[in-house]
Design a protein around this ligand. Structure first.
Ligand code: BEZ
Ligand code: FE
Length: 309
């Protein structure tokens, strides 16, 4: 297990804490850690003991005041109150701390050229409609049309035919369909790669939007001067037999939010060119876009084998 120094990581707390006080604090840590010794599940024991050490180290590091402890409890209580079947404030909290992304990193070990994973987010829906290859995921959602195409291969470069691709995205107003509070299904679909492992569909050119910021997590971001905005992106979840399921997004090259995504989801390898096209540029499938400018992008996806990570 990682050892946690008794002295301060910030340098704040060590000064002025007597040897007697330090010994008392450390004794409490060891007593609480030992209270988990008899846990029958070894993994649970490991997790709880490590969590105890880290939580106590934090309290001692910042010399947490009782007033601050009360604020923290009030914050968590408010997060609980706003959480329901549709709103998950605790996941948002994990997201803005980068803990969701760290968990993604730990669980998606790098493997050759395998496409990198990123945060799942709260707006996936299980029952998105099936579209044909080349179909339209927008369901009438407002925004600029975008042609998305690419391939799905395994880590050895073999095309994966029949791979399942789930895609979802916000509209140009910055909302996912599920945020409108009606029954609309828009900006999401699933499709399968063709016999060559290729896929293509019409979506929307991604635009930036804020994570839900009308709750305690939003207040926290405001208090620390951080923006709730996410860099423009399009979500993918890709699965194929024998391969590790990939949850990821692609981001838009040139987006000014790339280096300050509110949930730390951006990876260099996931930034793609979305090439702007004028209204009179011929579309790849001959579709008439009724005079709209559009964009196009390519995302070639490589899946790691299932046994890895
Ligand atoms: C999203 O990309 O949909 C998202 C991710 C994390 C928090 C909120 C939204
Ligand atoms: Fe999103």
């Amino acid at each position: 297990m990682t050892s946690i120094p008794e002295s301060s990581a910030s340098g704040l707390s060590a000064a002025g804490v007597s040897a007697e006080q330090t010994a008392r604090e450390q004794e409490l840590v060891e007593t609480v850690v030992a209270s988990f010794d008899a846990a029958p599940d070894e993994r649970l024991k490991l997790v709880m003991q490590s969590l105890t050490r880290h939580l106590h180290a934090f309290v001692r590091d910042v010399r947490l005041t009782e007033e601050e402890w009360n604020v923290a409890i009030a914050f968590l209580t408010a997060a609980g109150h706003i959480t329901d079947d549709r709103r998950q404030e605790f996941v948002l909290l994990s997201d803005v701390f980068g803990v969701s992304m760290q968990t993604v990193a730990v669980n998606n070990e790098a493997y050759g050229e395998a496409t990198e994973a990123t945060v799942f987010g709260p707006f996936f829906a299980e029952d998105a409609p099936l579209i044909e290859n080349g179909g339209d995921i927008t369901g009438g959602a407002p925004g600029q049309p975008c042609w998305v195409e690419g391939s799905v291969t395994d880590a050895e470069g073999h095309p994966l035919s029949g791979a399942r691709i789930e895609v979802w995205e916000a509209d140009e107003n910055g909302f996912y369909d599920v945020q409108y509070g009606d029954d609309r299904v828009a900006g999401r679909a699933h499709l399968f790669t063709d016999e060559n492992g290729d896929y293509r569909f019409w979506g929307l050119t991604p635009t930036p939007y804020p994570i839900p910021d009308d709750g305690p997590v939003g207040q926290l971001l405001a208090a620390v001067g951080r923006s709730p905005l996410r860099a423009s992106h399009l979500h993918f979840m890709v699965s194929a037999e024998g391969c590790r399921t990939l949850v990821t997004h692609i981001f838009v090259a040139g987006d000014e939010l790339l280096d300050r995504d509110s949930v730390f989801g951006v990876k260099e390898s996931l930034i793609k060119q979305f090439e702007p096209q004028t209204a009179d540029a011929p579309t790849p499938d001959g579709r008439d876009l009724a005079g709209s400018a559009w964009s196009r992008t390519r995302f070639d996806i490589v899946l790691a084998p299932v046994a890895v990570g």
